[in-house]
Design a protein around this ligand. Structure first.
Ligand SMILES: Cc1ncc(COP(=O)(O)O)c(C=O)c1O
Length: 374
């Protein structure tokens, strides 16, 4: 066990009470709590439709299906991301075309490379807002418009981050969020699909629930007595137990974001301008969830980075690497992509602890331990 974990839940009595109330209501699968969570989430993002899902991976799968991406179609996507981003493209036998990051400061997609990756088969761009820091969406949108491409936003790291005032996930055609336990909003497992498009939302609602025209909850209320099945859908639903956690977590989010911003500021001030280290997104100044706090070692390699990580672990500080590059995993290796900046970042990046309960003295200890090692 680490004395300072990478992440910690911000749960208290409110989550316990919310789950207890849902249990006592005797309706625990998708129902009124899920509807309330969706409505709260849509309100926070100022988006027309928010559909709660079992997790973000299935939301991404539906996003790809909704946009009618299919066998042989190509989707430009990042490699410096969690593997689910690319796997969702593979679920429909489409091809992920990996794009490098912009720089060691901006770890999101380099839009200047899109032109080179474009082919007659390119159908969409799947962006991932790394750490909750927005991709250059002006460029993404203008490229997509020019070439008639759809946009999916993997906004798992940024529920409520804005880009030029607009919430991440609401800029492209479909946005997807995760509420896995280590995310800014934690429900254990859980996700959300958002869109402003009525047709896509109706289609997503059907696909989420077996292609059925009514839900169990509607039938229990007497709103209908039977159902038809109009497409071969899935069971990708969230349940009311998780949704009741989500409702509380959503209320906590603004306070959580403020605390994380303070921690980030403290890290940056303590780590200073160390010549051996880059703090990505250092000068980012828009409202941001600060899902993680990564640093990248300069003039380094993975052997040196791993040695630094081991010493941090020995000091009781848990670290991680966001992320091992997807194009280097066995299932994607044969694609033959070379992404120099992604590879350097992945080999030399250390993700430091970041969560709202992290104390100033703990941040001080982490920073001074790291500085003594680089
Ligand atoms: C960027 C990114 N995409 C997708 C996912 C998948 O989310 P979930 O675990 O909810 O399926 C995650 C979660 O770890 C993620 O960080």
């Amino acid at each position: 066990m680490y004395s300072i974990p990478l992440f910690d839940l911000n749960y208290d009595d409110q989550e316990e009470l919310a789950v207890q109330e849902t249990l006592r209501s005797k309706w625990i699968s998708a129902g009124p709590r899920t509807a309330e969570f969706e409505s709260d989430f849509a309100g926070m993002l100022s988006v027309k439709h928010a559909l709660a899902m079992a997790n973000c991976t299935v939301a991404l799968h539906l996003a790809v299906k909704l946009l009618e991406i299919g066998p042989g179609d190509e989707v430009i996507c990042p490699s410096l991301t969690f593997v689910a981003t690319a796997n969702a493209i593979r679920y429909v036998d489409a091809v992920p075309v990996f794009c490098d990051i912009t720089s060691l400061d901006d770890l999101t997609l380099n839009t200047a490379l899109f032109e080179k990756l474009l082919t007659a088969k390119t159908k969409a761009i799947m962006v991932m807002h790394y750490g909750g820091f927005a991709c250059n969406m002006n460029e993404v949108v203008s490229f997509a418009r020019k070439h008639n491409l759809r946009i999916i936003e993997d906004a798992c790291h940024g529920p409520s981050t804005t880009y030029h005032g607009q919430a991440l996930g609401t800029i492209g055609d479909v946005g997807c969020f995760s509420f896995f336990s280590n995310k800014n909003i934690s429900t254990g497992e859980g996700g959300m699909l958002v869109t402003n498009d009525d047709v896509l939302a109706a289609k997503a609602k059907l696909l989420r629930s077996h292609g059925m025209t009514t839900m169990s909850y509607d039938r229990s209320r007497g709103h209908s007595t039977s159902y038809d099945v109009v497409s071969p859908g899935y069971n990708y639903r969230m349940d009311d137990l998780r949704a009741s956690l989500g409702i509380v977590q959503l209320k906590k989010l603004p306070g959580e974001v403020v605390k994380r911003a303070e921690i980030r500021k403290q890290y940056i001030s303590l780590l200073g301008d160390h010549p051996g280290m880059i703090i990505p997104f250092r000068n980012y100044d828009e409202y941001c969830t600060n899902y993680i706090f990564p640093v990248i070692l300069k003039d380094s390699d993975f052997v040196k980075r791993d040695a630094v990580r081991e010493q941090l672990h020995a000091a009781g500080i848990q670290t991680s690497v966001h992320y091992p590059p997807v194009h280097k995993f066995e299932i994607y290796r044969s694609s033959g992509h070379t992404l120099p900046l992604t590879e350097y970042a992945a080999d030399n990046l250390i993700t430091l602890p970041m969560y709202s309960k992290l104390l100033p003295e703990q941040v001080k200890f982490i920073a001074s331990t790291l500085l003594s090692l680089v």
